[in-house]
Design a protein around this ligand. Structure first.
Ligand code: NAD
Length: 468
């Protein structure tokens, strides 16, 4: 069993109280590690360390900060197997997908923000003087468990590259990979206090961070309800806040679409990572006239998603993160049946005696007012919603409190025009891929601000008008 401490001011240090959070392997229910259950005093120590390091880190030349990030990318690459086995065992992702889905992003982001840091124009001349970008000082990150490494690195590598020092509170469900990240940062030789890790519960460490007067900016990734609570607390000291929240994203199939490609994308998005993906396309909008054909393709595709032991190379879908998540997802499947959606794959899981497994589940004949079409289920459940006209499809796509992501399949020009009308922070047309240079974030209740690209870097810089 792995046991970690807090990482504050470049040292591994015990929590103020002898309280611990045990980390469970959701495939076996075995306890695989423990981390301190930190408190407000631990947050004070971490913020003091970050504050003490802020001035000299900000004063470093951009190329110096870049060098630390490049070295860090090398260390993560060198330790990638350790990251992969840890994430697989604390999250339940099949080991064969752990690198592509979870670890490769951290390596890319370290390199990307190293380049950004070096090439960014921090001072722009104007007729009145200049516009100058300056780091905030101390930035905190509060992150979820579903992409436990990448959600931390996406924000904090940008924040550190921009010249801020940081305090990270990872999710209590999957904190171990962030402890290895702290080791990697130590190994890469970052100055003390630039990166600090305080593990603990949301209501304790998370609240203490949100309320802390010594933190200048807070970047939160998690549920919409958690983001609203944290945002309210953070505004009590007028911190700059970025919120990356939940989603209920549509994948819209138009006339002329490649149906096989659309079905493959819908299933991959809804089932991979056991459906625990904020931007998953969990509502598939299909033309009524093509329902039979698409349902047949969906049933065949769903059969490819073998659920089981994350260490078995045949496995495509591992367990859900926890018993709480299992009961929640089970409840939504029961609700879908009760509200008269029609099951075409999967169904209500029996029990979770041998791990929190739920087979990929597809409902057809879903209407957009059903609970399974409105709420974020966060499990491998796809809701298929037939429509009659493209106007109706657009209305359904946008009839949601969320606005994180979307996809459109169809004749390329028509699909692009349709994509422009979806109210979401990102829309993919005909399966086109994205990248770390594209902004990621949500419209409506999916969030405030962006990660990735220049926008995700600028979100960690203050703007000063210097008139002279
Ligand atoms: P969560 O909101 O329960 O927790 C997220 C983090 O916030 C955790 O570290 C938690 O301890 C902390 N936290 C929760 N409530 C808090 C509070 N009141 N005060 C302070 N801290 C608090 O979310 P989760 O279950 O860990 O993650 C799943 C959610 O995250 C889903 O809704 C998913 O859509 C969303 N998510 C969004 C993105 C994105 O980029 N938009 C990415 C990944 C996950």
């Amino acid at each position: 069993m792995k046991e970690y401490q807090l990482f504050i001011d470049g040292k591994w240090t015990a929590g103020a109280e002898d309280r611990w959070i045990e980390v469970e392997n959701p495939a076996t229910k075995e306890i695989i590690g423990k981390v301190p259950r930190g408190n407000a005093e631990d947050v004070d120590r971490a913020v003091a360390a970050a504050r003490a390091a802020a001035e000299s880190w900000a004063a470093k030349a951009p190329h110096e900060r870049s060098e630390f990030l490049r070295k860090l990318s090398e260390v993560i690459e060198k330790r990638k197997d350790e990251f992969c086995t840890t994430i697989s065992s604390e999250l339940g992702i099949p080991l064969k997908y752990a690198f592509d889905y979870h670890v490769s992003g951290a390596i890319r982001e370290a390199k990307y923000f190293a380049d950004m840091c070096e090439n960014f124009e921090y001072e722009q001349k104007t007729d009145c003087g200049m516009i100058r970008r300056e780091p905030f000082g101390v930035v905190a990150g509060i992150t979820p468990w579903n992409y436990p490494l990448d959600q931390a690195t996406f924000k904090l590598f940008a924040a550190m590259a921009a010249g801020n020092t940081v305090v990270l509170k990872p999710s209590q469900n999957a904190p171990l990979c962030c402890c290895i990240l702290a080791e990697a940062i130590e190994e890469a030789g970052f100055p003390n206090g630039v990166f600090n890790l305080v593990t603990g519960a949301g209501g304790e460490v998370g609240n203490a961070i949100a309320l802390h007067e010594g933190i200048d900016a807070l970047s939160f990734t998690g549920s919409t309800s958690g983001g609203i609570e944290v945002g309210k607390l953070a505004l009590s000291t007028v911190k700059k806040i970025t919120l990356e929240l939940g989603g209920k994203s549509p994948l819209v199939v138009l006339e002329g679409a490649d149906l096989e490609a659309a079905v493959a994308d819908a299933c991959s998005s809804a089932f991979m990572n056991t459906g625990q993906t904020c931007c998953a396309y969990t509502r598939m909008l299909i033309p009524e006239a093509k329902k039979d054909e698409i349902e047949a393709l969906l049933k065949a595709e769903a059969e490819k998603y073998i659920t089981g032991d994350p260490l078995d190379p045949e496995t495509e879908v591992g367990p859900l993160i926890s018993e709480k998540a299992f009961n929640k997802v089970k409840g939504y499947i029961e609700k879908g049946i009760a509200e008269n959606a029609r099951l075409i794959a999967g169904g209500v899981p029996e029990n979770c005696d041998k791990g929190y497994y739920v087979n990929p589940t597809i409902f057809s004949d879903v209407s957009n007012d059903m609970t399974i079409a409105r709420e974020e289920i966060f499990g491998p459940v796809l809701a298929v919603i037939p429509y009659k006209t493209e106007e109706e499809a657009l209305a359904i796509a946008n009839d949601t409190n969320y606005g994180l992501y979307g996809a459109v399949y169809g004749e390329p020009a028509a699909a692009l025009e349709f994509a422009k009308k979806i109210k979401a922070g990102g829309v993919h047309v005909n399966g086109a891929g994205g990248g770390v240079d594209m902004p990621f974030g949500g419209y409506k209740q999916s969030g405030i601000g962006r990660e990735g690209g220049t926008f995700g870097f600028e979100d960690f810089l203050e703007i000063k008008a210097l008139c002279y």
